[in-house]
Design a protein around this ligand. Sequence first.
Ligand code: SF4
Ligand code: SF4
Length: 362
Amino acid sequence: MDSHIAKRTPKVFIKKAKEPPYVVDESELRRFDTRNTIFERVVWDSSWEGYKRLYDEKVPEIVSEGKPGYSRVDFALAYASWIVHDSFESGFSWKKICLYREPKATVGIDWTKTKLEVADARRANVFVKRAAKLFGASLVGVCRLKDDWLYAEIDSPDDSWNVIVMAVEMNAGGIATSPAAPAAAVTGVGYSKMAFILAGMGEFIRNLGYEALQCGNDTALSIPLAIDAGLGELGRNGLLITPQYGPRVRLCKILTDLPLVPDEPIEFGVREFCRGCRLCAEHCEAEAISKSEEPSFEVACRSNSPGALKWYVDAEKCYLYWCENGIDCSTCIKVCPYNLASAGQLELSVEEFWEPERDRSA
Ligand code: SF4
Ligand code: SF4
């Protein structure tokens, strides 16, 4: 392991916080317009360099260069990893998709139309968290739905709505190959797992008679919701840092009217640690992450959501690097000491990724 990195080991002492550990400027805060996400801007924003650039456009050229981790096989895996996320209709549904209540089917009485009476919302938390873990979530938290985090085009539901935020751990060995394509396969698998977890959780809640809006990155900002729900803090790399896995997670959420009790936010010193760390910024090939000591309210590009005190990540530079790389990148996850604390591994060769059991001693 790189000794430069090994020297910096964060201590994780978790404190419960009364308020979420972020600072916002209410006068600047506004609901994010989805049209400003980088993937939307690729389609419509002719004013920037990434317009109409597809991040697989260089794959054939990159494959022909013969670099380890960028072979036809590596790219085939990475692009396959998204398939459940991209094609499973039940994954991101906001309503029941019932395929088996046909006249000839064995299931036909809709007993789910009445609401389960919830006398004690704390019991509902227990059921929801157990179900989420059963479906494959690594971490689960609950918070009230704050309007500020909803995307601009989404109608605000009632004040009493809750959000169940779930984190899915990604494979540490695969991430350790970043920026090579196997790391991107791990990311895609994370997104595909989200679709499975959301489908099960949404249906579970609807079977209790309540509404469940299953969301990935859509509908509302996942990171502030995850912070509200006590899953972690925000890092310099613009990602949620969890005590258990650092930033090596993907996030999804369910918006619901099921009565639940919000979890308390947590603090474990991430902002202070990030002030002196900067490893993600130093290793980012796109130079997209701020190296400033202090966070600020100054956004880096149009794809940032303003109004929070943080190190803004330049999503435009990040995306352009992905186009050059032929696939997305997880280097700012790989090098983060909070990832290394749980993963214990900074680099994994692509050979080791594909053949972990092979004896290399000879
Ligand atoms: S994903 Fe890669 S390019 Fe983008 S900010 Fe992280 S390290 Fe930089
Ligand atoms: S790598 Fe980045 S996000 Fe992780 S602790 Fe260091 S500065 Fe913070």
